[in-house]
Design a protein around this ligand. Structure first.
Ligand SMILES: Nc1ncnc2c1ncn2[C@@H]1O[C@H](COP(=O)(O)OP(=O)(O)OP(=O)(O)O)[C@@H](O)[C@H]1O
Ligand SMILES: N[C@@H](CCO)C(=O)O
Length: 311
């Protein structure tokens, strides 16, 4: 039987900041994702005991488990098992700002934060690199479209080949200003994925390919094509039943000429506004108590980590 090794000595801690992400952006299902300046903060401290301590604030503070079934601990345990290390006691301090189950990449952010923290607490010579984190986080999520921008920032195009998950980071045209409308209701990604058909027509696939290609051009160099580039043929209409208000806001915004999409698996709605007039128009049209409307900057840096080592 292989012997596992202990984590670093008690009293070491690491703090990680990870951005929210909006995946799909319309037609880029499971491949496009944009990092937004709205961050969760996670601090993990190694303890002398075997206890798990939790100090949870913000989103999910009243409902998340405070034991080894917490997503952060499950992810740390999965990483350590894969790398051949044992976990001792940990203190988990989380300040969660990204809303849960709203299509803003909260689970990807939690997984990326946990993997960065776990690997940072290993002896330096054995610490895997960020590509290892990208591979394992994408495997745990099941798709890389939130993980890539959460980890590397900016606009990410991700795909999968025989060698694993891959991503390319693109610079976004500076006139593009994301605006989100977040409802109170949650929708789990699992439920939203179960609503998708197992196959689509060749005609829809061809239309979707054209719009995805156009969207990449629009986001990086030609924002005048944002509206046409955000037309989707793969997922939004199939999921509309599970988010009727979001489908209505999507129609209202697109009817006014705004490049609106369902963010991730929903139910948040996102506008890729071009300039301040479109930001204002988005706000006015969604001025209803049912929506928390917010303009967010694009996060070009991705996850950030501070290691507090004690000598
Ligand atoms: N910081 C966190 N700590 C612990 N668990 C979390 C955290 N963030 C998310 N989760 C778990 O993940 C669930 C949400 O994940 P889900 O994949 O359904 O939606 P999402 O990631 O918010 O949206 P999307 O994948 O569409 O962008 C939460 O209900 C919670 O169980
Ligand atoms: N591409 C994913 C994003 C949400 O995790 C989906 O739409 O299901």
């Amino acid at each position: 039987m292989s012997q596992k090794r202990p984590l670093l000595a008690a009293g070491q801690s690491v703090t990680v900041h990870v951005p929210a992400t909006s995946a799909n952006l319309g037609p880029g299902f499971d491949s496009l994702g944009l990092a937004l300046r709205l961050h969760d903060t996670l601090t993990v401290l190694t303890l002398a005991s075997d206890e798990l301590e939790f100090v949870l604030g913000g989103e999910g503070a009243d409902s998340l488990p405070r034991d080894a079934s917490h997503l952060t601990v499950r992810t740390i345990d999965a990483a350590l098992a894969k790398l051949g290390f044992d976990r001792a006691g940990l203190r988990i301090e989380a300040d969660n700002v990204i809303p849960h189950g709203r299509g803003l990449g909260s689970s990807a952010a939690a997984i990326v934060a946990a993997l960065l923290a776990a690997t940072a607490l290993l002896p330096e010579a054995e610490r895997p690199d960020s590509d290892w984190v990208f591979q394992f986080a994408s495997e745990l999520e099941g798709h890389p479209d939130n993980v890539a921008p959460a980890l590397f920032g900016g606009l990410a195009v991700s795909w999968h080949d025989d060698a694993g998950y891959r991503s390319a980071k693109l610079a976004v045209d500076p006139s593009i200003r994301p605006v989100i409308a977040v409802p109170e209701t949650e929708l789990s990604t699992e439920t939203a994925r179960a609503m998708l058909p197992s196959s689509i027509s060749h005609q829809s696939a061809a239309a979707n390919s054209g719009r995805t290609a156009l969207l990449v051009h629009a986001m990086t160099a030609a924002p005048e094509y944002l509206f046409a580039g955000t037309e989707d043929y793969l997922h939004q209409e199939y999921r509309a039943q599970a988010m009727a208000s979001s489908a209505q806001l999507l129609e209202l915004w697109r009817g006014a000429g705004l490049a609106a999409v369902i963010s991730g698996a929903g139910p948040t709605v996102l506008v890729l506004a071009e300039g301040p007039d479109q930001v204002e128009k988005s706000r006015q049209l969604a001025a209803d108590a049912a929506w928390r409307v917010q303009e967010l900057e694009i996060d070009i840096e991705g996850a950030k980590m501070i290691l507090h080592r004690q000598s």
